[in-house]
Design a protein around this ligand. Structure first.
Ligand code: GUN
Length: 292
């Protein structure tokens, strides 16, 4: 029997908790509402969808958001100028630059230019380094979302073998670091596999927990997992079939459902948790902001 891990339902619970915290620590003290800034370059359809859902999440919870939408051909200098404005604006508590960026832009330079205190994505090397050293920092939202799903469903991580598929900075790398840390919600033995790993199924078959984040629809099949494995599907690919379109994860649902013990569906698994964790990070940034 496979239990589906319902990210939509968990996100509703966490939304309520965050709303309560905003009531207690901000509204009751007559402070300014948290404010998330978003910088988006261009019209990539996935990025537009992600950004709109982040703005919608801010509205749902009742915090402020501002979108700076720059044209596709904006220069690196123009983007850096907008980042500087967000860094210097005391009313912006935290902000993100939606990724991926166009090829003519140096993403490393962009991420490094964000004030780490406002880096609610947790991508700046200061936050990423602190995370790797078990220090307090902003952690990337998707990784936090995965940990929170495991925590709320009381799934033991400690001592388990976790196989992560995909080494992206946004998901694979941070979640592999967090799952292995010597800390609550860690202590897992982690194998990080990627595009250059031969026979990935050799590893996935041994995994107690599999986290797949490669963006290849249906990549992980039932044959690649052991009976009772816990499967976290981070992939979200839009499939268009004629006039119809739908979202498909990295997991081949039909062959994995029934063999795994737990599985996150797509949509409705990790996605809603990522959005709510970004809001949680923004609230933390707001509470840390002395300019309130
Ligand atoms: N693109 C895909 N996921 C993310 C994310 O979590 N943050 C940013 N900034 N860009 C993304």
């Amino acid at each position: 029997m496979t239990q589906l891990l319902n990210g939509n339902k968990l996100a509703i619970d966490i939304r309520k908790e965050i709303s309560k915290e905003i009531e207690k620590s901000i509204r009751n003290k007559k402070k300014r509402l948290p404010h998330l800034g978003i910088i988006l370059l261009g019209t990539n359809s996935s990025s537009l969808t992600y950004v709109n859902s982040k703005i919608q999440e801010c509205k749902n919870i009742g915090i402020e958001s501002s979108l700076i939408h720059l044209p596709n051909d904006s220069s690196e200098r123009e983007l850096l100028k907008e980042i500087k404005k967000m860094n210097n604006n005391p009313l912006i508590d935290g902000f993100i630059v939606q990724l991926p960026l166009q090829k003519h832009i140096n993403s490393d330079k962009i991420i490094m230019s964000i004030n780490p205190r406002k880096d609610v994505d947790g991508f700046h090397p200061e936050n990423f380094g602190k995370m790797s050293l078990d220090m307090k920092a902003f952690f990337p939202a998707t990784a936090l979302g995965i940990l929170t799903i495991l925590e709320r469903y009381k799934i033991e991580i400690s001592g388990k073998h976790t196989v992560v598929v995909g080494r992206s900075r946004i998901v694979g790398r941070p979640i592999s670091i967090l799952m292995s840390r010597k800390n609550y919600l860690g202590n897992s033995t982690v194998t990080l596999t990627h595009s250059q790993t031969p026979n990935i199924d050799y590893y996935t078959k041994q995994a107690d927990i599999i986290i797949t984040a490669v963006g290849i629809p249906g990549f992980l099949t039932g044959k690649m997992i052991k009976e009772g494995a816990i499967v976290i599907d981070v992939g979200i690919t839009k499939i268009t079939n004629g006039k119809k379109s739908f979202l498909k994860g990295d997991v081949d649902f039909n062959s994995v459902y029934g063999k795994a013990s737990y599985l996150t569906p797509v949509p409705g698994g990790v996605g809603p948790m990522t959005r709510i964790m970004l809001i949680k990070n923004t609230l933390i940034a707001a509470l840390n902001n002395e300019n309130k």
